[in-house]
Ligand binder design. Structure first.
Ligand SMILES: C[S@@+](CC[C@H](N)C(=O)[O-])C[C@H]1O[C@@H](n2cnc3c(N)ncnc32)[C@H](O)[C@@H]1O
Length: 492
């Protein structure tokens, strides 16, 4: 990492209080941060005009940004795609800032620092003593994996993820494959081929494990199977192709696989055939918008960030919701079958809350999954006969303040450093959200008109896995006991 960037990173880091946080659970691999930094938030300033813009200086000293707010253009992540430098003198909605920070091809977190851990040889769970012994072994493999990467490509800001696909390979892939083949045979076979799309395939391990399983257990279905990956990251798309062609056991799959290096949000091909659509741990990085409410009137405001000439971030709120956020609010209101959490609190208590003394003028923000709504639009428009199988975190510990708020963290020299806002140096921080499966299920149903089922990760693997494959000698089973905070949404 170049030193101005490092300086900038630490200026950003030290401006915000650190919180105890954890990367993708289970937590033990990342050392929790125990320092806490003192921070002062600048005063909130209000303009007089009708289309009031509220801004908050998230720094040590107040700075008036009224003039900049008027002058600077509002830009989107798409408009910044071809820029090599992080933007200055612009405004961005929260979802656009998050997308740019994570996915910009030049400085985005996905293109620079994100690496998905692979354990090398699969773990032999039946010969591991117990849960703690598995943890220890995983820690050792983690270090080995990173040492190897550092030997050829040192990166002090590397982010390492571990996903169930990798930790429990090939068993987790086989679990999903069992679900796919059973459902295919029940409803589509022999009239249709088995077509599987996977959005965000990481190292390509799920694809290989599914295809190996089908080839080894049902040759007839294998002959009719096609697997298509839609992957935003050029580096991961290359790695998926390499893993497909390098591995001896995978060579035969080559003709069944297509890897499309594109964001799902740029998809423009109509797929009329029935297909299964996998999305495993992809929703969590989708951009969200911020909405806060005026206590009393309950009027919503949409959040964004202004980046000044020095590259400093200033969060602002606007009374006008943009069309995407406004549509989310309408669809959620119309679709919700149950009450959903709001920063205003439960409807019955709102009157009492707003009458309370020392009430703040505005609530904390809620983070609304606007990109996820747009993903459902893509499914509805281009994959009308799809069946979704998705899994993600239903809750996350130590998120930044707000409802449905993300965890924002970086890793510096192998230590996790969490911060308290998503408005930090673009490209160095993972920003990942929990999914409110109740709300998201209702929105998916409303947009696609399909019926669904939500289960916990644990219920799903109980039903479809051969759980003895991942049992340790003591009887502890990490496939069941890890990822307790993950759920699955499926089309039925
Ligand atoms: C946390 S990884 C999960 C990888 C894999 N599904 C697993 O479980 O091991 C997220 C994956 O989604 C991809 N991704 C994120 N946003 C995407 C988008 N808009 N379109 C396509 N792929 C995306 C990332 O590049 C990455 O491969």
């Amino acid at each position: 990492m170049d030193s101005p960037a490092l300086t900038q990173l630490f200026r950003q880091l030290f401006r915000h209080p650190a919180c105890q946080s954890i990367r993708r659970p289970p937590s033990l691999l990342s050392r929790p941060q125990s320092r806490s930094f003192l921070t002062r938030r600048g005063p909130v300033k209000r303009k007089q005009q009708d289309d009031v813009q509220m801004w908050t200086k998230r720094g040590d000293y107040p700075k008036d940004i009224d003039e900049e707010y008027r002058k600077y253009p509002t830009v989107t992540a798409k408009e910044l795609r071809n820029r090599r430098e992080r933007p200055r003198q612009v405004k961005m909605l929260t979802r656009e800032f998050i997308d740019d920070s994570l996915y910009n091809p030049h400085y985005g977190y996905f293109s620079k620092h994100a690496t998905i851990f692979s354990p090398g040889e699969p773990f032999q769970f039946n010969s591991i003593e117990d849960g703690p012994a598995f943890h220890k072994l995983l820690g050792d493999r983690y270090t080995e994996f990173e040492d190897k990467l550092d030997a050829t490509n040192p990166d002090i800001a590397r982010q390492l993820w571990h996903t169930p696909t990798e930790l429990f390979r090939p068993y987790y892939g086989e679990t999903i494959a069992r679900y796919l083949v059973s459902n295919y045979k029940l409803t589509l076979y022999p009239y249709h081929d088995l077509i599987i799309y996977e959005m965000g395939a990481g190292n390509g391990t799920m694809m290989l494990n599914i295809l190996d399983f089908i080839r080894d257990t049902d040759h007839e279905v294998y002959q009719r199977t096609k697997f298509k990956i839609i992957e935003i990251s050029p580096a991961l798309a290359d790695l998926q192709f390499k893993n497909l062609t390098d591995k001896l056991t995978a060579k035969g799959h080559r003709d069944r696989v297509e890897i499309v290096n594109r964001s799902i949000f740029d998809w423009d091909t109509y797929v009329h055939s029935p297909c299964f659509f996998l999305a495993l741990e992809v929703f969590d990085n989708f951009g969200h918008d911020t909405i806060r409410y005026q206590n009393g009137t309950e009027a919503p405001q949409q959040g964004g960030v202004l980046i000044d000439a020095e590259g400093e971030f200033h969060e602002y709120f606007n009374n006008q919701l943009d069309p995407v956020a406004a549509r989310f609010m309408r669809v959620r209101q119309a679709a919700a079958r149950r009450p959903f959490p709001s920063p205003l609190g439960p409807p019955l208590l709102r009157g009492l809350r707003s009458a309370a003394p020392f009430q703040k003028e505005y609530t904390l923000p809620e983070y609304i999954p606007t990109r996820l709504m747009q993903f459902f639009d893509v499914l509805n428009q281009y994959f009308p006969a799809h069946r979704l199988i998705s899994s993600d975190f239903s809750s996350l510990p130590d998120a930044v303040p707000g409802i449905n708020a993300p965890v924002v963290q970086t890793r510096y020299q192998r230590t996790t450093v969490p911060v308290t806002t998503p408005f930090v140096h673009q490209g160095y921080f993972d920003i990942f959200f929990p999914t409110d499966f109740n709300v998201v299920e209702d929105m998916y149903r409303a947009i696609t008109g399909k019926l669904t089922q939500v289960t916990s990760h644990e219920e799903f693997v109980h039903r479809w896995a051969y759980i003895e494959d991942t049992e340790t000698r003591s009887g502890e089973n990490p496939l069941l006991s890890w990822y307790k905070n993950a759920s699955m949404l499926m089309t039925v």
